[in-house]
Design a protein around this ligand. Structure first.
Ligand SMILES: NC(=O)c1ccc[n+]([C@@H]2O[C@H](COP(=O)([O-])OP(=O)(O)OC[C@H]3O[C@@H](n4cnc5c(N)ncnc54)[C@H](O)[C@@H]3O)[C@@H](O)[C@H]2O)c1
Length: 452
């Protein structure tokens, strides 16, 4: 089938009445969720008691949602981190090793399992939890390759259980403002998008110190990190990806350094390494990771110049969406600042946005917007710390609170920010296709990887 025919076929699939009724809300992220209204606490088990598990999905829930959330079990492959989780979360519940996951579900009978393990194990727990009769809340990325993704789609259909994917970036004030401007129709239809994401030498480098530096664990940053960006783009555009062509290089980390060690604590090169990080100065990381190295050998301060690192730090891609929008995307991981710039080229003008997450200069505004209609004056404005960013409390400028209120208190979802398996799949599949495009040295069609 030719490209044009494929495109027509895809459009037909998405717009026929029966499919449109199911898919349109799912493109936007609304799935048929059945989370009980507040009142009686629901029972939760948490699998993956690393930093994200015990903080965002652990301590935070105990503190803020104790009336509707009751933890009944914790699971991890590291027994030391399980004990640390109980202390940190301030709960006393039975703990289970990874090999005892089924027993935990049978004994503790949770309504919902929260999945916050290393990325490559998400799919295994998501599917098994559904098979054992539970709903699931999972951290991004929902899965790390196309087979795992298809397994989740099929298991959800087969079991009738539901998966919620926690795309907290959708709730950031900039993300919401962009959605609002695009949805207002002021600039007409989006025809193409230019999106550049910058990771700095602190946060960006941190991915290369841990399991994220290996495709087999995080699917590469095309999946682990860019899933956030592709989800935003899919959500903003109300579109599904069709075709991906990508390139990637490793230019700074991994084998690029003339020297390397095993980890920072034991390294003989600390005085000349710009990336030296002394984990012993951080009590939280010492308790969570260093104290528990003896169980699994997980070094949180591993050398980011390890020769085995097999992901990319310099990436670009071209993506075509089902509704003919073209996306030019890049992700660079050793920049002097962190954030993104995005430009929407529209039939009646252009929207430019620059978002500042971290930079070495004093930066008052956290984002700058320019709305430029064709043939009339443009206007500019900024979102600042003092206004929208403090409207909500808590992490990520109020985004985490907003998302958790929707999940645990069923607050209204007027912008359709709730994401399920369809949105989870459509975001990771762009990154998975990009990774395959580099590995196979050709353009990849999304429907080569996933059944519609
Ligand atoms: N949405 C966000 O902004 C955001 C931010 C940070 C992390 N995350 C996600 O949260 C998840 C956890 O990240 P993290 O930073 O806490 O990592 P981490 O390394 O601190 O924790 C991972 C935990 O999973 C455990 N684990 C590994 N394999 C396991 C297995 N097979 N069975 C059970 N437990 C296993 C490890 O022992 C560890 O305790 C990741 O999927 C990551 O993508 C999301």
């Amino acid at each position: 089938m030719s490209y044009q025919e494929k495109q027509m076929d895809r459009r037909k699939f998405l717009t026929t009445s029966a499919n449109a009724a199911i898919i349109a809300p799912m493109i936007m992220g609304r799935g048929p969720f059945r989370f009980a209204p507040s009142g009686k606490p629901k029972k939760y088990c948490l699998v993956g008691t690393g930093t994200r598990g015990i903080s965002m999905w652990g301590h935070r829930l105990v503190q803020n949602y104790g009336d509707v959330v009751e933890f009944v079990g914790l699971c991890d492959r590291n027994p030391g981190r399980l004990e640390n989780a109980k202390r940190y979360m301030g709960i006393d519940v039975p703990v289970y090793l990874d090999t005892e996951f089924d027993r935990m579900i049978r004994e503790r009978k949770p309504d919902t399992v929260i999945v916050t393990t290393t990325d490559c194990f998400h799919a295994k727990y998501i599917c098994r939890a559904m098979e054992l009769g539970c709903d699931v809340i999972t951290e991004k990325p929902m899965a790390t390759d196309e087979k795992m993704c298809q397994d989740i789609i099929d298991t959800e259909k087969r079991t009738g259980r539901h998966v919620r994917v926690t795309f907290n970036y959708r709730y950031n004030p900039e993300a919401e403002k962009i959605a609002e401007i695009l949805n207002s129709g002021e600039l007409g239809q989006v025809t193409s998008v230019d999106f550049n994401y910058f990771l700095n030498t602190d946060h960006g480098a941190s991915y290369f110190r841990r399991w994220h530096g290996f495709k087999q664990y995080g699917g590469s940053l095309w999946v682990h990190k860019a899933t956030h960006h592709f989800d935003l783009l899919n959500w903003w555009l109300g579109a599904e990806p069709m075709e991906v062509n990508a390139h990637g290089d490793l230019r700074k980390y991994g084998w690029n350094s003339p020297f390397r060690g095993k980890n920072c604590r034991t390294c003989p090169h600390t005085s000349k390494c710009d990336y030296y990080w002394d984990i012993t100065q951080n009590d939280y990381s010492m308790r969570l990771y260093v104290d528990n190295e003896k169980y699994d050998g997980y070094l949180r301060d591993a050398c980011l110049f390890r020769e085995q690192i097999n992901i990319w730090d310099t990436m670009s891609a071209n993506i075509r969406y089902h509704n003919d929008i073209l996306l030019t995307y890049s992700l660079n991981c050793f920049m002097p600042y962190e954030g993104y710039q995005v430009g929407f080229n529209c039939s009646n003008g252009r929207l430019d946005v620059r978002v500042y997450h971290s930079q070495p200069w004093e930066q008052k505004a956290l984002s700058d917007f320019r709305v430029s209609p064709l043939f009339s004056e443009s206007r500019t404005f900024s979102l600042s710390e003092s206004e929208e960013h403090t409207a909500g409390k808590g992490g990520h400028w109020g985004a985490d609170d907003k998302m958790q209120n929707m999940i645990f208190r069923n607050t209204a979802d007027p912008m359709e920010q709730t994401a399920g398996v369809r949105a989870g799949s459509m975001s990771i599949i762009v990154g998975i296709a990009a990774r395959r495009s580099i590995e196979w040295e050709r353009t990849v069609q999304v429907d080569e990887l996933l059944k519609a």
